[in-house]
Design a protein around this ligand. Structure first.
Ligand code: MD3
Ligand code: FE
Length: 221
């Protein structure tokens, strides 16, 4: 996106009826959308993480990521010195990733529908854990086989400043604050935009403690 359209989205998110904030041509923030689901969601998340705990992964360039990762679903995202990829097995124990709990899948499908993407069939849920100071550098998500499906993300815990860039790494990103319970849906022409997360500020969240956990649902296979 460039020119007048970019300017339109640059300053403030456009308010939409139904509590949708449009942040890109086909991207929406659903403020607090996950809040009614939280009590169902957290015990499931705990079960998943007991089976596949958070771990810090190394990028092909040899850097240890500051965010710790896990996954659930048929496919999980991993990185090591050989590259980035989706795998049906958790490299930590060579066992399948934990199944995607129904509550998580239903939340993601329902949010996607709310944003205009019906028939979302996520097969992977990446779980990122940020402690204060952790960040995610500007990148594109290009390891999924299906770019026509949206990505749905659920923010939990400490707030974050999300960086929403363009299709070129050098495009100046817009900043979007994300809070506990916010759900974001990215799709269509926005699916391959560069994005990242600024370093998380010190803090203690009343429900989640001193951390931010982000769930991202994708159709990867
Ligand atoms: C925008 N995670 O796991 S939300 C990631 O908050 C990732 O943990 C961030 O970027 C986080 O890859 C950002 C998710 C997100 C995922 C895919 C996108 C935002 C996106 C694809 C296109 C545009
Ligand atoms: Fe990403």
């Amino acid at each position: 996106m460039s020119g007048p359209t970019a300017d339109l989205f640059a300053d403030a998110a456009l308010q939409q009826p139904g509590g949708r904030e449009q942040i890109g041509e086909e991207s929406y923030v659903l403020r607090g959308y996950a809040l009614p689901w939280i009590e169902r969601l957290l015990p499931e998340l705990r079960r998943v993480l007991a089976q596949s705990p958070f771990r810090q992964m190394v990028t092909p360039g040899g850097f240890t990521m500051s965010a710790a990762l896990s996954s659930c679903g048929d496919l999980g995202w991993t990185t090591d010195t050989r590259g980035y990829r989706y795998s049906p097995l958790d490299p930590r124990n060579q066992q399948p990733w934990p199944a995607m709990p129904d509550a998580l899948r239903q939340l993601a499908v329902s949010a996607a529908t709310e944003a205009g993407f019906s028939d979302f069939l996520p097969d992977a849920c990446l779980i990122n854990r940020y402690v204060p100071g952790a960040k995610m550098s500007l990148h594109q998500d290009k390891n999924e086989r299906c770019y026509s499906a949206p990505v749905v993300s659920v923010s939990l815990g400490l707030p974050a400043t999300f960086l929403f860039g363009g299709h070129q790494r050098a495009d100046k990103p817009q900043k979007v604050s994300l809070f506990h319970g916010d759900v974001v849906v990215w799709g269509g022409v926005d699916r391959l935009r560069f994005h990242g997360v600024m370093p998380i500020k010190e803090g203690e969240h009343p429900v989640m403690g001193p951390q931010r956990i982000n769930l991202t649902f994708r159709t990867a296979g």
